[in-house]
Design a protein around this ligand. Structure first.
Ligand code: C2E
Ligand code: MG
Ligand code: MG
Ligand code: MG
Length: 280
């Protein structure tokens, strides 16, 4: 998915990345300077309860606007940052910015809904992760109860024991854990049963085709049924049509997120969205 603000840069840049190591080197160089030059921002995308479309929280997504490279989407730079050991700093900035905004009401006003933050495998494996996390909460004067952490299956596979222990510690702080991009990784059902998670987030590719494809619809139904049998909340990601929303609601999927309900928005636009939807 291309970014709207600067599509040319994006297309050019992803093409360039595929050309080889020199472009990757350029990205890496720019990425090294991005934090101190304050080139990152956050956007927020609402999640709604499918049963009544009421506001159920939001996901925080990082954006990078580089003076040299233009807008670079996270799908491109997050993996590079992970490889280069830069994701700790970026992730810490994201958490700091999100908790600060929650604490002072800049983000989401005084709604006490949870804010979901993406955490990479490499962050979770870092031994200072928990200390940093706690101090970010303390600095902002918020408790873990306002945070949901989204981790991907691969994050949990890297080192299951360490990951499970860290996630359990987060839960002790009141944080809830969601398995992101469910269905795209390798988690077996037996693996899932042992993970300290509260919700599954079904990846957009499992939602995209259901309108015209009966087999895709049955697969989605089975995924939702499995999540429910494990007594996990289920969030559908990438909901774009009313038909998809109705189908998911019928399956008993708890929450939806996608362009149908709201795009990722800069904090002022997100505040307006909340007001327009009478969220308190
Ligand atoms: P994700 O966590 O699975 O985030 C969902 C992605 O789906 C977002 O892309 C969002 O903009 C997009 N999306 C939302 N609704 C729709 C829809 O209706 N249709 C379609 N086609 N797409 C939709 P985005 O913002 O480009 O982020 C991509 C990925 O980058 C994220 O996937 C996440 O893995 C990673 N990422 C983003 N922010 C952070 C961050 O702060 N930290 C870390 N570690 N990773 C991040
Ligand atoms: Mg996510
Ligand atoms: Mg996802
Ligand atoms: Mg993703």
């Amino acid at each position: 998915h291309a970014k709207t603000s600067s599509p040319d840069h994006c297309v050019l840049f992803s093409a360039a990345l595929e050309q080889g190591p020199r472009e990757r080197q350029r990205l890496l160089l720019a990425l090294h300077q991005a934090l101190e030059r304050e080139e990152f921002t956050l956007v927020l995308q609402p999640k709604v309860a499918l049963a009544d479309r009421s506001y159920a929280g939001a996901e925080v997504l990082v954006r990078w606007s580089s003076p040299q490279l233009g807008d670079v989407p996270p799908d491109l730079f997050v993996p590079v940052a992970e490889d280069a050991g830069l994701i700790q700093g970026i992730g810490d900035w994201v958490l700091g910015e999100a908790t600060r905004g929650l604490g002072n009401g800049d983000i989401a006003g005084d709604t006490r809904r949870r804010m979901a933050i993406n955490v990479s495998a490499a962050q979770l494996q870092n031994e200072r992760f928990l200390d940093r996390f706690r101090s970010r909460l303390d600095q902002a004067g918020v408790t873990g109860e306002v945070i949901e952490v989204e981790v991907t299956e691969s994050a949990l596979l890297a080192s299951t024991a360490v990951a499970a222990e860290r996630l359990e510690a987060l839960r002790q702080l009141g944080v809830t854990i969601t398995l992101d991009d469910f269905g795209t990784g390798y988690s077996s059902f037996s693996h899932l049963k042992h993970l300290p998670i509260d919700a599954l987030k079904i990846a957009p590719e499992f939602i995209a085709d259901i309108d015209g494809d009966a087999a895709a619809a049955r697969l989605l139904a089975a995924m939702v049924a499995m999540a429910r049998s494990l007594e996990l909340r289920v969030v559908a990601e990438g909901v774009e049509t009313g038909e998809q929303a109705r189908f998911l609601t019928g399956l008993g999927c708890t929450e939806g997120q996608g362009y149908l309900f709201g795009r990722p928005m800069a904090p002022p636009d997100f505040a307006r969205w909340l007001r327009d939807h009478d969220v308190r």
